[in-house]
Design a binder for this molecule. Structure first.
Ligand SMILES: [Zn+2]
Length: 82
């Protein structure tokens, strides 16, 4: 899953700081020696808390979410799970 962002302040499409909380389930596979391999990570919930433009520092309503496959109209609160 990928979400694209667009800064309405400067037109930036490519550089953002994204603060998010992810809840995942994954298969932790240990060797007898205790070495861990993580497989099959499944994303259960991803909550984006804030997105800040790296170019102009715009945040909140300045940065719009482009998610054409799901929902193109995204309100200011970017906290909904994608
Ligand atoms: Zn910007």
């Amino acid at each position: 899953m990928s979400t694209r962002y667009r800064c309405n302040g400067c037109g930036n499409l490519t550089r953002f700081d994204v603060v998010a909380t992810r809840r995942t389930r994954s298969f932790h596979h240990y060797t007898v020696g205790g070495e861990l391999t993580i497989d099959d990570e499944e994303l259960l919930i991803a909550t984006v808390e804030s997105v800040t433009c790296r170019w102009c520092g715009g945040a909140g309503s300045e940065v719009a979410e482009d998610a054409p496959a799901v929902n193109s109209a995204v309100p200011e609160s970017a906290g909904e799970p994608a």
